[in-house]
Ligand binder design. Structure first.
Ligand code: BYC
Length: 472
């Protein structure tokens, strides 16, 4: 039987026989998936100092211990209920929230939950080889922390499917383990989750920008009228914060080291000659991961988004900050492409909800880039990093297939072909990054040459703590 000790939870698992039966069937398949598609080379003989959520109060979810990865206790948690919560937006504004899925919204809700759920195992698959190129034990431990929590986020969505969607939900839960990132025949649903993450600059950019889409999507789902979905995503957000910390500080530490190397070389040397990562390469990776993550917000004009909002399924981030929660007759001024030209057009706000969330996302990303630029400024370096324009390198929405430079200026096919590798990582950039990451750094307290140590260790432990140790 599945015990609360094995699966920490606050959903009364021990008295819910139906959920237990569904999970008993699914869990062995999950563990097999984790073994085959999870961190490669660290399943059998390594102990990792990770945080396990054992309850939703701050003490319980920040519980640290050494764990063998396959023995991690993936739990199921909903944030505490809000008393007398009512629907916060859309056509049913003000009515009591739902504890069960209304029949008429079953398909839409299932689709949202499956799309969210699909990203979680996808990211673990994308990152599964990184441990073998890690810049330090501290970073290795952070990678695994992110991985086990993405695994737990999958559990959170599977809990929703098993508890609220019957047979269909159980089938969907199995399919979440069958699609595979980058697989030509059964790929992951959203495009960014099929991109390879081969090096640690990609990983830090992914956790900075793609996990931040996780944040914006989870914030909007945490407004949902389906209360169990709102509560489960609210708790997921607490874990998401650490993932973005890993991304933002990871890039910050690379930048810090790049600045030091530049200074050592009297600002004249190509930083690659000193084994560092040059600023243009960092900018190209920003351009790549931001454009992929902008796509994750869906089309600018979307009847799906309008319907999610109208039906109260998916709101805006921080819905209570808005005055008008029905948004029945508001308009949004959007850049559209007409006859090959970009022009502003007013569209019904409900159809522009993906763009409204994208606005929130871009602003949140900008804050992080500003903090990176302060590092350059502090070192007296005049280069600045920037977010690419929203039209650049888009694969979804109106700008899909059109060509714009990172400043948002249209460019011809010839110019794009000639200059795209000024803006996006070139195969040779990838080869360079792999070359400096070939040798993993497994010695406690040591860091690869291209990255500065962090300011402090995990859970107030020193930097030379053995965050990942080999089992005797
Ligand atoms: N790639 O009306 P449209 C995270 C499809 S990340 C491929 O424009 P909609 C995490 C769309 O499905 C957050 N296809 O879009 C981060 C539709 O298909 P159909 C994940 C795409 O539906 C790091 C068609 O294009 N959570 O948690 O308004 C590590 C037209 O759709 C893409 C969610 O996404 C794409 N990028 O919005 C781990 C929340 N974009 O109907 C985890 C749930 C769109 O023609 N998902 N399409 O077959 C949603 O809210 C919505 O599905 C989307 C799309 C925002 C993704």
């Amino acid at each position: 039987m599945l015990s609360a000790e094995r699966i920490p939870n606050n959903v009364n698992l021990s008295s819910n026989k139906r959920l237990q039966r569904a999970l008993e069937h699914w869990q062995p398949k999950y563990l097999q998936w984790w073994h085959d598609m999870g961190p490669q080379g660290f399943q059998d003989y390594h102990q990792v100092y990770v945080r396990t959520a054992i309850s939703v109060d701050p003490k319980g979810w920040a519980h640290f211990e050494y764990v063998k990865l396959p023995d991690y206790r993936w739990g199921i948690f909903l944030a505490d209920p809000v008393k007398d919560r009512t629907i916060g937006f859309g056509d049913f504004f003000g009515q009591p929230v739902w504890q069960e899925v209304p029949g008429e919204f079953r398909n839409q809700l299932r689709r949202l939950i499956v799309t969210q759920g699909d990203t979680e195992p996808a990211s673990v698959e994308q990152q599964r080889w990184l441990g073998q190129r890690c810049p330090s034990l501290y970073d290795l431990r952070n990678l695994f922390q992110v991985n086990v929590e993405e695994g737990r986020h999958l559990w959170a969505m599977v809990y929703m499917l098993h508890s609220h969607f019957g047979r269909d939900g159980r089938d969907e839960a199995e399919e979440l383990l069958e699609r595979q990132s980058g697989n030509r025949d059964k790929p992951r649903i959203l495009e960014a989750f099929n991109e390879p993450i081969e090096n640690w600059l990609d990983f830090f950019m992914f956790t900075m920008f793609t996990d931040r889409d996780g944040k914006s999507q989870l914030m909007s789902l945490s407004e949902s009228s389906l209360d169990p979905l709102a509560r489960t995503t609210r708790f997921m957000l607490t874990e998401e914060a650490h993932h973005m910390f890993v991304g933002e500080t990871g890039v910050a530490r690379i930048l810090e080291r790049t600045c030091e190397l530049l200074k050592e070389a009297g600002f004249s040397e190509d930083v690659r000659a000193l084994g560092g990562i040059d600023i243009p390469t960092i900018q190209k990776h920003i351009n790549l991961w931001v454009s992929l993550s902008l796509d994750l917000h869906g089309g600018e004009i979307s009847t799906n988004a309008a319907s999610y909002f109208a039906n109260g399924l998916k709101g805006r981030a921080q819905e209570d900050r808005y005055e008008d929660h029905k948004v029945a007759d508001a308009y949004y001024s959007l850049d559209v492409v007409e006859d090959g030209l970009v022009t502003a057009r007013e569209v019904p706000m409900r159809t522009a909800m993906n763009e409204v969330l994208r606005d929130w996302y871009v602003k949140d990303c900008q804050g992080g880039v500003d903090r990176w630029n302060r590092i350059l400024e502090r070192h007296g370096i005049s280069d600045r990093l920037r977010l690419p324009d929203r039209k650049f390198h888009r694969g979804i929405g109106q700008f899909r297939g059109l060509r714009f430079d990172p400043y948002g200026q249209p460019v011809s096919v010839e110019e794009w072909e000639r200059r795209k590798y000024e803006w996006l990582p070139l195969p040779a950039d990838k080869a360079y990054l792999l070359s400096i990451q070939n040798e993993p750094v497994y010695e406690p307290g040591k860091f690869a040459n291209y990255i500065a140590p962090p300011r402090r260790g995990i859970n107030n432990l020193p930097l030379n703590f053995e965050y990942v140790r080999t089992e005797m």
